[in-house]
Design a protein around this ligand. Structure first.
Ligand code: ASP
Length: 600
């Protein structure tokens, strides 16, 4: 029978008990990790969120009633033990923080019993993730998940403390807002009071934080829950958390400066990592040219080389046709990989095709200086020599080349570079390489929609230097947008915002909005800007990603208490679910018969 807490007070968490308490009586509470009866003496490992403590029940010390009760203990029973701390009599357990002590029990209460859990509560669980997510409350008892959520809490605390010291105000913005989709789809919430009308859940607090700047709050932040109804993709969550901020009377430098200090403080206090300041910067163009990516992993080199001019004029049709079509030929040097077996090279070629390559040319430089190559027979020996020299190739190296439109070449080589780094074991989880990527293009051309879209969002300021190109060459206009990248993952991004009505109008025009449609969606922001708006800028981090990288987890699911799976459902509470017809009737909603498969 479950006993009560009446008259009991926990004196210590399990691992707060130490050699300093030897001789003292303590009261500890938690879950039974395991309990072994060795005839006359029972060894119980007691677990709470701090760790494990060994409790010993010996009949001559605790009496036969307590001993008999202790003999009924099973894993995951919740108990309270009062006992005396002693130096461990058996071998010291080096793996436990409390490995040199034990608590000799005097009394025991069973606060609740437990059925046998569907999987053991242990570090590095071997249990399938679906099973763990169905019983997430048990999964969350595991020490690795508990550590992750403690780190997450600490990140939130340190962020709050730092930003408060810097004069930021924490202000909540609404989560039932008007639908203004740009980018991802909105989640909609039907209104009962206004049948046929819907709120949207915010994709970010963007418009509201800009309005707060109009209202004079100067520096705002929020740990904001955001919702995006994106297509099914691994490691995306329909709801996620941003560290969101906005600042008035600032330009790019000011935002980067305060954020560098935030990152330094966070990584030092939470995981004792020293972030060297200033954080290196690359413009978007440099990042693409050198790494084929707008979020390059800086833990290793293997940079791209543009060899278009070196191979111009050679007869290899793959190179020739790419150049004639206005594309480029670029390569990377996998140093020391010349001995890579043919099978592995073929797999890399297939991998490259997944990113749009029609093929991948390669050249291995043997130790004796001779070449083995997929395209040597189409090139003159001196052309090959020039190519190898341009790539900095040495005996033992393996060179890969992609020839296509620039976008495809960057995508292929950027991803190949990462795949090679994984295979060559160049990605160390305990190395933290930060990077700012700046000067993103203002627009991206969408082939599908046949129009320009904003790379960041429609409120991002173009660079003053490029403004004159807005009509003649919109694709060439750079913006005051920036991303913060850590080890090849985009941690966050932001921009300086447009605060001038004429520039904003021009932006909307370029993005295909009519004055009416812009007003319909963003009217309240445009209206607010008529009454005195300070220049402002901001940034938002994906908190889940920050924590994921800090703890070295492979998925953001491991740093979210109750995550959803790829199709957006919660395996534990089984959301989303059908609702009562009466609820639908109240909302004036009729549901069509649905196919069983979720919609992409
Ligand atoms: N709201 C933007 C985002 O969610 C970030 C920003 O511009 O501050 O990506």
């Amino acid at each position: 029978m479950a006993e009560s807490m009446k008259g009991l007070h926990r004196s210590h968490r399990c691992t707060e008990v130490s050699r300093e308490n030897i001789g003292q009586t303590v009261t500890v509470m938690g879950w039974v990790q395991k309990s072994r009866n060795k005839g006359g003496i029972i060894f119980t490992d007691l677990r709470d969120r701090s760790g494990i403590l060994q409790v010993i029940f010996e009949e001559k010390e605790c009496g036969s009633a307590v001993f008999e009760k202790a003999a009924t203990l099973h894993s995951e029973y919740v108990i309270a033990v009062e006992g005396v701390v002693e130096a461990r009599q058996g071998a010291v357990n080096e793996n436990l923080a409390t490995g040199d002590i034990e608590v000799r029990a005097r009394s025991l209460r069973i606060l609740s019993e437990s059925e046998t859990p569907p999987f053991p509560i242990e570090r590095d669980s071997k249990t399938r993730e679906e099973m763990r997510l169905k019983y997430r409350y048990l999964d969350l008892r595991r020490p690795d998940l508990q550590r992750n959520l403690m780190v997450r809490s600490q990140v939130a605390m340190v962020t709050r403390a730092f930003l408060a010291e810097e004069g930021f105000l924490e202000i909540e913005t609404p989560t039932l807002i008007k639908s203004t989709p740009e980018g991802a789809r909105d989640y909609l919430v039907p209104s009962r009071v206004h049948p046929g009308s819907f709120y949207a859940l915010p994709q970010s607090p963007q418009l509201f934080k800009q309005l707060l700047m109009c209202s004079g709050y100067d520096r705002y932040f929020q740990l904001a829950r955001c919702y995006r109804d994106e297509d099914l993709r691994a490691d995306r969550q329909p709801e996620f958390t941003q560290i969101d901020m906005e600042l008035s009377f600032v330009d790019v430098e000011d935002v980067l400066e305060v954020n560098e200090r935030l990152l330094k403080r966070l990584f030092k206090e939470v995981c004792n990592v020293d972030v060297e300041l200033p954080i290196p910067r690359l413009t978007w163009k440099e990042a693409m040219d050198r790494f084929g990516s707008d979020k390059p992993d800086m833990r290793f080199g293997m940079e791209l080389h543009d060899v278009s001019d070196v191979v111009r004029g050679c007869e290899f049709v793959v190179f020739k046709s790419a150049l004639e079509a206005g594309g480029s030929v670029r390569g990377i040097n996998a140093e020391g990989q010349a001995g890579m077996p043919r099978k592995k090279i073929d797999a890399l070629v297939e991998y490259a095709k997944g990113f749009g390559a029609k093929g991948l040319a390669y050249l291995a430089i043997h130790e004796d200086g001779s070449y083995k190559s997929s395209f040597a027979k189409f090139m003159k020996p001196e052309e090959l020599d020039a190519l190898v020299a341009a790539m900095g190739g040495k005996p033992g190296d393996l060179l890969f080349f992609a020839a296509d439109k620039n976008k495809v070449v960057f995508d292929v080589l950027g991803n190949l570079r990462l795949e090679l780094a994984r295979q060559m074991d160049l990605l160390k989880k305990d190395e933290f390489k930060f990077l700012w990527v700046t000067e993103f293009p203002l627009f991206e051309y969408s082939e599908e929609e046949g129009r320009y879209k904003s790379t960041h969002h429609p409120f991002t300021m173009p660079m003053e230097e490029d403004w004159h190109l807005i009509d003649s060459d919109p694709g060439a206009v750079r913006s005051k947008a920036y991303d913060i990248v850590l080890n090849g993952t985009e941690l966050g991004g932001g921009s300086v915002r447009i605060h001038q009505a004429d520039i904003q109008e021009k932006m909307f025009e370029k993005l295909g909005f009519t004055p009416e449609s812009a007003k319909e969606r963003f009217g309240f922001l445009l209206e607010a800007f008529k009454y005195g708006v300070p220049p402002h800028a901001g940034l938002a981090y994906g908190l889940d990603r920050v924590v994921m990288l800090m703890v070295g987890a492979d998925s953001i699911r491991d740093v979210i208490a109750f995550p959803k799976v790829k199709d957006g459902s919660c395996l534990m509470c089984e959301a989303p679910s059908a609702v009562d017809p009466a609820q639908l009737a109240e909302l004036g909603i009729a549901v069509e018969e649905q196919a069983d498969e979720p919609q992409e």
